[in-house]
Design a protein around this ligand. Sequence first.
Ligand code: ARG
Length: 286
Amino acid sequence: MEKATNILMCPGNLLQYPKDYRNINVWMKEKHTIDYALVQMELEGVCKYIEFCNAHISCINHQADLPDMFFVRNAGLVLPSHGDSEKKQVILASFKHRERQDEQKFYRQWFEQNGFEVIVLPMGVTFEGGGEAIFCGNQLFFGHGFRAPKDTLTHLQYALDEARMEADIIPLKLVDERFYHLDTAFMPISGDGVDTKDALVYYPGAFDKESLTVISALPINKIEVTEADACAFGCNLLAIGNNIIMAKGTRKLSHELKARGFIVYEADMAEIKKGGGSVYCMTLNI
Ligand code: ARG
């Protein structure tokens, strides 16, 4: 039987940024024009698709003064289950910007209360969870440059050792400030292997030359995303088996995914985008 997909979300404060909250990414320039009723509708749309794909949604309580908790992907890096641990495991995030630092304790509490072994990085190490590190088989891709520095890699390696998990960590350097977290520009997808093949969706313009060389050598089908589709947050998609939930508005990407056998659900994300994220950012596979 197929394993059920469990998704954590943080509905609630609907991106109500206080007046003095800085723009910690370039998309947030428009954050004071956010229409909360529309955010609510967009959120409901995404939830509907997730449930339609037979995934289960759990919620973490929002905190009124921490609007970016909406983007719960950053809570931590949930490790895939592996033989050496009976418990679910997570490497807890530790945020760069003051605005998000207080989120950590609420995530920690939630993970602990929900049966996770929580691995905490040393003080002073920046790491923004599932937004910056993405597993693909036994490889862990780590995007650095805007939030986490490259040095975080060493600490991720220690954390994986502590979790008794083997994986090769592959650093990728982000160079375009619009794509400040790895998940805004790079998304490996594994379909069910029947109608679809594994695919890697990525926007080349987000990476430096060396990283592009690493990416092109990967033995996986690649889909290069155009700048326009990347700016529509096309890469920030949530895959559930052969289903893909993504932002409406990509010109080529959704067609390309459909042509490869994926079932694509396109959600309105125009308001949520003003916080600097999309479907993948607002969900966390647990
Ligand atoms: N406003 C949030 C920030 O700048 C958006 C986070 C988006 N999350 C993500 N996984 N890319 O931190």
